[in-house]
Design a protein around this ligand. Structure first.
Ligand SMILES: Nc1ncnc2c1ncn2[C@@H]1O[C@H](COP(=O)(O)OP(=O)(O)OP(=O)(O)O)[C@@H](O)[C@H]1O
Length: 291
């Protein structure tokens, strides 16, 4: 059977499983989210989220939770709205004048779009790491110390030193930079710069870290280090990662969400999504027939 052979090769599907599934199950083809978008004791809840750029709708009525101590991967073809949705989670879309967000997104039960919410502390609680490493044009030390200083986490130099060392240690960078803390962050390699940006996000004690294709500018060795780091950080933070690499999603995440043309088509345990997708569109994407 052509489909099952292809599935077994390109995803991580055992041929027997694929055959059984193909015979026993008609895959869903509608655009209601299938799987487990809602979970127990979530860190963030998103309900009926819609995003428009001007008149154009980029996100269609998406509801999904972000768990505590989980890595949630968002995958899907280019332009399906992954980054747009990710940016809703810390109101980064507020910086795009034509962008409007509807629906409700809560962090620990508080609506982050409520008029009383100050976005500066919000973006400390929900930090972001971008595709291209973007250290400030400052020293390595100051890149990490800047957030804690402006958020008033400490005024003592000694405490600041401790935060900088702890954050660089958690980001797996301390041993590489401890003797050059006052050199420019921009002088580090790309992979080191990305870990510096992760240290910068960690330094303000976030609850959630958003990562938008954090390894796409990195070589395989630097990518492996960042992936190891993501696995360690999960013990402390919720992580939502947008990635084009299905291998990366499979390696680092516990749940995976598949987006398609602004819809959240399917979300579930990562292993299930890659071995036994419930929706035809998810299956087509992970087997390389779409996107
Ligand atoms: N600033 C913007 N202004 C207008 N339209 C935008 C803007 N940013 C994104 N869009 C549109 O919103 C839709 C979703 O884009 P988005 O970048 O969120 O998708 P994506 O899944 O992250 O894509 P990619 O994987 O290519 O990064 C696309 O149609 C895109 O053209």
């Amino acid at each position: 059977m052509e489909l099952t052979a292809e599935l077994a090769q390109t995803a991580f599907i055992q041929p027997e499983t694929a055959i059984t599934d193909e015979l026993n199950r008609e895959k869903s083809t509608d655009r209601q989210t299938i799987g487990t978008p809602v979970i127990e004791n979530p860190r963030m809840t998103c309900r009926n989220v819609e995003v428009f750029y001007g008149d154009k709708r980029a996100i269609n009525n998406i509801s999904i939770d972000v768990g505590r101590e989980e890595v949630l991967a968002m995958i899907g073809p280019s332009g399906c709205g992954k980054s747009t949705f990710l940016r809703c989670l810390n109101r980064m879309n507020d910086t795009i004048p034509i962008c409007r967000v509807r629906g409700e997104i809560c962090l620990d039960g508080t609506d982050i779009y409520h008029s009383s919410v100050d976005i500066v502390p919000l973006r400390a609680r929900v930090g972001m790491v971008f595709q291209k490493p973007n250290p400030f044009p400052k020293s390595i030390y100051d890149n990490v110390a800047y957030g804690p200083k402006i958020h008033g986490l400490t005024t003592s130099r000694q405490d600041l030193d401790t935060i900088v060392e702890d954050s660089l240690t958690k980001a797996g960078l301390w041993e590489e930079v401890r003797d050059r803390l006052h050199e420019p962050g921009t002088g580090l390699s790309g992979g080191q710069q990305q870990r510096l940006c992760i240290a910068r996000a960690i330094a303000v004690s976030p609850e959630v870290i958003l990562m938008d294709e954090p390894c796409s500018a990195l070589d395989p060795i630097a990518t492996a280090k960042v992936e190891e780091l993501i696995a360690e950080l999960r013990a402390q933070f919720s992580i939502v990662i947008v990635t084009h690499s299905m291998q990366q999603a499979a390696r680092v995440s516990q749940r995976t969400a598949y987006f398609h043309l602004g819809d959240l088509v399917e979300v579930g345990q990562t292993e299930q999504i890659f071995t036994n997708p419930g929706h035809r569109l998810t299956e087509d994407y992970i087997t390389g027939r779409f996107g």
